[in-house]
Design a protein around this ligand. Structure first.
Ligand SMILES: [Zn+2]
Length: 296
């Protein structure tokens, strides 16, 4: 087989693997979304039908495939099974593939580590999104999990991603303190402590620059969603976590690009780095140090 073909085959296998493994992990995320709020064990006791309680057969637990084969109905009682389970599995599978493509998982060992860590953060954000949406609760173990991923990222991730220890420590505070302030002023009505902890963990993982991007995107998305929620006459139970999760995701993927765009549009880049500041836009971004200054 020619080298090029062999290489293409190798690359395809990696992405197929990311999809299949992503779907399997997505299945576990469903367990987290439904059991964490009830403080049930994540590993014990098998899944069962919500209506008739019949345990679900092992062959009916294949992610995505089983739900389609059963046409979304319980094998025992015929009660419709929520498409939510399959949606979460699909989202996680597709998310993992897109993140691997975006960061180019096979480009180097450090990039592979960074990509895998970002995939894990994405999965944790899916849990935060759906669990907070359903229950207005953000699970502390999930938040700690996100924060803990910062450690392997700083030790093994690519240094040119702007991942520096001091940035992460500053990030822990810059992203969470504004929310803590809102929490204290609104006496917990506008913002829960869970949101504060979530952003602290995100700030640690992203560093303060991308952490601020996450905060701004999250707050803008949450404010728009909150206004729509209010206009529709929704009750006061409004979850902010899902929108913060979207902000964190956007910052994790395009954080530096958004920083650079902001720096060029506002002229802040020239002010700080001198005339001739050129924003590194997506195509060459990951090969160059961020905020490069090319003197004219
Ligand atoms: Zn049933």
């Amino acid at each position: 087989m020619p080298d090029e073909l062999q290489y293409k085959l190798f690359v395809s296998i990696i992405y197929v693997f990311m999809f299949l493994f992503g779907a399997t992990v997505g299945s576990f995320l469903n367990v987290c979304i439904y059991r964490l709020p009830k403080e049930e064990s994540l590993i014990k006791s098998n899944s069962h039908c919500m209506k008739c309680g019949t345990p679900i057969l092992r062959r009916d637990l294949i992610p995505i495939v089983s739900w389609c084969m059963l046409r979304g109905k319980c094998r025992a009682c015929g009660e419709p099974i929520s498409p939510r389970y399959t949606v979460v599995e699909l989202l996680n599978a597709i998310g993992w593939v897109l993140i691997s493509l975006h960061f180019d998982i096979i480009s180097s060992f450090s990039m592979m580590i960074h990509t895998v860590l970002c995939c894990l953060v994405f999965s944790a954000l899916l849990v935060v999104f759906f669990m907070d949406w359903d229950t207005q609760l953000i699970s502390t173990p999930v938040v700690i999990f996100i924060g803990a991923l910062a450690i392997p990222d700083i030790l093994l991730g690519p240094s040119f991603m702007g991942i520096e220890f001091r940035f992460m420590i500053i990030g822990l505070f810059t992203t969470s303190l504004p929310l803590l302030l809102i929490f204290l002023i609104s006496k917990g009505r506008a913002m829960g402590l869970g949101d504060v902890y979530l952003m602290a963990a995100a700030g640690l993982f992203l560093g303060w620059q991308r952490g601020l991007v996450a905060l701004f995107v999250g707050i803008i998305a949450g404010a728009v969603a909150g206004l729509i929620h209010k206009a529709r006459g929704g009750d006061s139970a409004f979850a902010f976590g899902p929108w913060l999760s979207i902000g964190i995701l956007a910052a994790m993927i395009w954080g530096w690009d958004i920083c650079n765009l902001y720096m060029s549009f506002t002229g802040l880049g020239e002010l700080i780095y001198g005339e001739g500041y050129i924003a590194n836009l997506p195509t060459d971004f990951y090969q160059e140090p961020h905020f490069s200054t090319e003197a004219a």
